[in-house]
Design a protein. Sequence first.
Length: 70
Amino acid sequence: MTDAEGRALRTDSLGSGGWVVRDLASGRVALEYAVSYHLLAQHDWPAPRETAYADGVMLFTLGRPLFVGD
């Protein structure tokens, strides 16, 4: 995660509880993350309520939220 000027923001993982950003930032922040679908694949993915499709330009997903914040 970086701030609007490209500086890295420190974060702490809360495991399944999410993340906490330790540094203050104003304005927009950029967030990069990877999503693993291996757990879904082990259960005959895609399930009707969770699916993904990728073409040469975009990745589309439908399912549960990856993260929620306030």
